[in-house]
Structures are given as C-alpha cells and as structure tokens.
Write a protein that binds this ligand. Structure first.
Ligand code: NAD
Ligand code: MG
Length: 389
C-alpha cells in the first residue's frame, strides 16, 4: 500500500485526486488530509478513506472538526503549524493542492523527507522555485507537475534531451472575457469573472484565468520547473483547451499533448508516474470535434502576461512579489474593493515600488527572505489599491 497525503483535499484539485484514490482504496494508506473551512467535506473524506489525520488550517474550527470525527480513530488538528506538522509525516506520495503561497511551507516540509511531491500549488514555484528544487535535490525527493500545461510538457519531454528543446508553448483558453470588448473589462463583475468556458476549478484560479494572471504564473512556473530561458516560452490562445502544451525541438518537431480538460488526467499521471494506468477521463473523438483553433494572445486584453515576462527577466525575489501582490489584488477584487483591471495595476505598482528599493534581484531565495518579501508585497499592494479606490 502506498502511503499518501493530500494537502488542500477539499478543493477542486483535492477532490479530483480523492476521486481517483477512492476508486482503488486498497492501493492507498491515507496518512493525512488537509482542508480549510469546509470541514464537513474534510470529515466525510477522512472517514470514508480511513485517514490517520485530518487538519483544517483554521484553528477556530478544531472542536467542530473533532466533533464530526468523534466516533472514528481519525486524529484531528488545526492551524497552519498543524499542516506543516502533517507534512512532516513520511509518505510515498503527497499532493500539494493548497491554493496560494500558504502551500510553500507544507511543500518544503514534505520534500524534506524525500517524498514524491505532486505539485498543483503553482504559487510555491512562482514564489520560491529555486528553494523547492534545491530542497528536493538535497533530500532525494521528486517534484512532479500537476498543472495541466506543465504535466503536458513533462510528458512531451519523456526520453528527450533538454539540449534539443527550442521552445515550450503553453496554451490558454482565453478565460471568461476572451470575447469581450477590451473597453468593457473595467466593469467586469465578480460573478462574470468566476465562470470558465472550459474548466471547472476553484474560484481564485478561475478569476486568474479571466485576467491571464494564471497564465502569467504558469510562464514563471515553466521557467522555474524546466529551467528554460524566458525567451523560449510562449503562450498560445487555444479556445478548445484540448492541446495543453507543446514542446518544440531543434529538428522542427512540435510534440503536442492532447487530452480532455479534466484535471484527473494530470493528477493521475503524477499519481502513477513513471507508469501509465487506466484513468476515468473522456476519450476524445477528434472527428466530432472537427477543428482546433489557435491565436496569438492580445496583450492589451491581458496585461498580466507582460508583467509576468518582466518578472521572469528580473528573477530573484520578484516572483514572490508578483504572487503576493496578485493574491492581495485578487482578495481586493473578490471583496469588491477594486475593479477587474485594477488587479494588474496593483501588481505593477507593487513591483515598481519593491524593485526601486532594491534587493529583489540580488536577495538570496531563502525561506525567511521569501516570507518577508511576500509580507511586504501584500502591504504595498494594499496601499496601492487603497490609492486606486
Ligand atoms: P480550491 O480553492 O478549490 O481549493 C484550495 C484548497 O486549499 C482547499 O482545500 C482549501 O481548504 C485549501 N486552503 C485554502 N487556503 C489555505 C491556507 N491558507 N492554508 C491551507 N490550506 C488552504 O483551489 P483549486 O482550484 O483546487 O487549486 C488548488 C491549487 O491547484 C492552486 O494552486 C491552483 O492554482 C492549482 N491548480 C488548480 C487547477 C484546477 O483545475 N482547479 C488546475 C491547475 C492548477
Ligand atoms: Mg494550468
């Protein structure tokens, strides 16, 4: 039996992962499941999968969660520290499906005992990519990408020599506003930004898809994870979301990964890697689909892409600023404090301010520096959006 832990088990990715696990319960020994406010779901899954431990990141929910699991053997804990402690329990495979920079510390803790870490939490790679990769190397741990584009690139690279790679193309659906007049974007509401044409995902990544902050994050994720130059990475708008990424080689070949928009593919690939196993996802009928379309991204519609490109060039701690300012701006948009287009302004102003005070490019990427940079960026981002409002 493989010992596994799922961080962010109650979210969209976490639930897709548990769907795969629950289909083959005898194959897995579930060590820990973690979640947030949805303790009903967390307790339900911990009970049905017979987890050793269930943790909510909210301390105030401890007794409620404990009550829900009182008649079971499941251990209960609460708070960010308890999540980091859960991550210190050795497992064979862990999935990091927490949303936001909060995924960084548990991810690092899991890598420290040499596990295989399936990483959906792109924020930790954007914030502290070199730190994660170094931690994995030091402890003989493996990081596997779960973001669909990065899983696709990873699969296209099996058996290939990185020296023969000329370019990496990640596709983007264009999100909720791909057909809106650009002039109308300033008035986009939360409800409008929270619906995705192709993927069913958590609310934050759905809004980030509408703004393409998600694709910006993924550009940085590609650079960090695969170690390719920023100039080699391209974004291609592909409305159908069936080709997830392509790798271009020095002989002119493009290897494309084609599959249904169902995250259980990328999660399942990481779960069974290096093998391939049967997965319960749709088999594409390409004759019925008929055609696939491609467009260059419109930078006026998606200013987040240029900001991400700037961050890739800057390197250092600028990824931590980009992610934190983006998270804070997104909080502001969700709370109705700022408009849709203000999010990119907030991130840009925060980057300008923090790069002017120096140290972003030269600062060492240590956990302390990253957490302090993240904290400061949120303060500057809040100031920036208060000035806008
Ligand atoms: P979600 O909002 O549906 O779920 C997030 C999970 O994280 C929940 O279990 C929640 O309880 C937990 N969580 C939230 N804040 C936390 C905190 N401060 N500390 C600990 N746990 C916390 O999000 P999601 O859509 O499942 O996305 C999860 C991650 O996967 C994100 O990094 C996202 O970018 C990435 N991802 C998601 C998809 C997708 O299809 N949903 C695709 C690719 C990548
Ligand atoms: Mg993605």
């Amino acid at each position: 039996m493989r010992r596994i832990t799922v961080f962010g088990a109650t979210g969209s990715i976490g639930q897709s992962a548990l769907d795969l696990v629950a289909r083959d319960p005898d194959a897995y020994d579930v060590v820990a499941l973690t979640g947030g406010r949805n303790i009903t779901q967390l307790a339900h899954d911990a009970r049905r999968l017979n987890a050793d431990l269930a943790v909510t990141c909210y301390e105030e929910l401890y007794y409620e969660l404990k009550g829900l699991l009182a008649d079971t053997d499941v251990e209960v804990a609460a708070g960010p520290q308890a999540i980091a402690e859960a991550a210190a329990r050795p497992v064979d495979w862990a999935l990091s499906a927490i949303v936001g920079a909060a995924g960084l510390v548990p991810g690092l803790a899991a890598l420290a005992h040499g596990t295989t870490l399936a990483l959906a939490n792109k924020e930790s790679l954007v914030t502290a990519g070199p730190l994660l990769l170094e931690r994995a190397k030091t402890h003989g741990a493996t990081i596997l990408p779960v973001d669909s584009e990065h899983s696709a690139v990873f699969q296209a690279l099996v058996g290939e020599d990185m020296a023969a790679v000329e370019r990496v193309i990640i596709t983007a659906s264009g999100g909720a506003f791909r057909d809106w007049p650009v002039a109308k974007l300033a008035t986009a509401t939360l409800a409008e930004a929270s619906s995705h044409p192709n993927w069913d995902m958590g609310q934050r990544i759905t809004i980030d898809s509408a703004s393409m902050f998600n694709k910006g994050m993924e550009l940085i994720e590609t650079k960090e994870f695969f170690g390719v130059d920023p100039e080699m990475i391209e974004v291609l708008v592909h409305r159908e979301s069936l080709i997830h990424a392509m790798v271009g080689f020095n002989d002119g070949a493009l290897m494309a990964h084609v599959g249904p928009p169902d995250m259980r593919h990328a999660i399942g690939y990481a779960l069974h890697w290096p093998d391939r196993r049967h997965l319960p996802v749709e088999r594409l009928d390409l004759a019925r689909i008929g055609q696939l379309t491609f467009e260059a991204p419109d930078h006026a519609r998606y200013p987040a892409l240029a900001i991400a490109q700037r961050v890739m060039q800057m390197g250092g701690l600028s990824g931590a600023v980009f992610n934190a300012a983006k998270e804070r701006a997104l909080d502001g948009f969700i709370a109705g404090q700022i408009g849709f287009l203000d999010m990119s302004r907030v991130v840009e102003v925060t980057l300008d301010k923090m790069s002017a005070t120096g140290g972003l490019q030269s600062g060492a990427i240590t956990l302390d520096n990253v957490l302090e940079t993240d904290r400061l960026a949120r303060v500057y981002a809040t100031e920036a959006f208060n000035q806008l409002g």
